[in-house]
Design a protein around this ligand. Sequence first.
Ligand SMILES: [Zn+2]
Length: 482
Amino acid sequence: MALQIFDSLKKKKIYFNSIEPNKIKMYTCGPTVYNDIHIGNAKTFIIFDFIKRCLMYIGYEVIHVQNITDVGHLVDDSDDGDDKILKQAKKEKIDPYEIARKYEINYKKDMADLGIIKPDYEPRATDFIQKIIDFIKILIEKDFAYQKNGSVYFRVNKFNEYGKLSGNKLDELKQDASERTIKLDEKEDPRDFSIWKEAESNHLMQWDSPWGSGFPGWHIECSVMAKDLLGETFDIKSGGIDLKFPHHEDEIAQSECCNGKEYANYYMHSEHMLIDGEKMSKSKGTFYTARELIEKYGAGAVRLALISNNYRQQINFSNEFIIQSKKIFDRYIETYNRLQKLNNLNLIENNIEEKIKNEIDNFNKNIIEAINDDFNNSIIISQTTAFLKLVNNSIENNEVNNNIKNIFNHFYIKIDQLMNLLKYNIEIKIPNEIKELAKQRDEARNNKDWPQSDILREKILKLGYAIKDSKEGTIIIKNENR
Ligand SMILES: [Zn+2]
């Protein structure tokens, strides 16, 4: 079965063909770096990282761009309101460039902790100002944009296909736009949107341009960075569903008018995230940063929770949901460690080895099928848990020989290219002090000295670790619930 993707522009699942063989160029809209990213943002980035991992799993090379918006993103995504970065700079009383760099560092740390592959390019909008100006010049030359009082607007009625992504009709837009636009008199048509904005003299981030001193609009930044890094047409444009309109709709309009070519061949949007069945809300106290949840549940459990749903389904992030993910996460790590501890393995019947090989082949086949069917994460997770069950059952039944251990380890490494959870395995990083206490406790247990065994267990707990007794002996785990 060949790869099929739900294209949000064509609004159906279609067969995927990359522009270059075996290579995919993909652009994901990155964060505006004015505060710590919330868990909904993290979900978008983690899910497109997961999709990228899936594409790599089935043999593609992926060139991935995820930009950093460090200028020009307004609080209101229409043309008015304050710049988010400037607003935060005023609040923290530091320079807007410092705000942008500070939160860029925090964002990158969150991404690394959540196990996201560093994108090939993470361009900052502020490094592209001259290219943005050049791009706007072409739009003006081609009559797709016009200058008014130091700002430049895109002429929406010159692009017949405007609205093709979001499904918003031009006539309906007219009314919406007129309601939210203050500088109506500057625009030829209320639906037009700004691509360059005139800056007041006290505006902190501004650049010289042929139209006076100003700064770029948010949408134009992505159009320009995508063109520069991936070409005029690339394979996949992706982002959270809230970016469909106006952000992606406007990117398409600008890029297709400037380049005279399709912007991207496929559009992918990930669904919203709910907290306890509702939209995240600051006033209801259900607004969480990624960092808060990493600290509360551990990065591995948060990562697994965020990749367990299909990207086009809403994910309901509740306490039970993450506890469930944490259980699977623990089993994933514990099973791996249990497998590594096996030694002096017995010879077993040949047909068992054959049976296990077939089962593993089946898991792999099902995972590939799930990927090809528009990235069905639920099936990928269920195949992973079925694999864990097989490993555990085989250990219980003494049905693991060296060959089988190798087969299991090999598949563990393979699925971990998708799951990326073994990186959180701290078994190998347990301090010697803890290992020594665990050893003493084992001795106490062997001598049936239960009070001493309990004292040592408590001691280990206090140091932030927990021990579990299993068939292969004591397993030490980091106690996240401390
Ligand atoms: Zn963007």
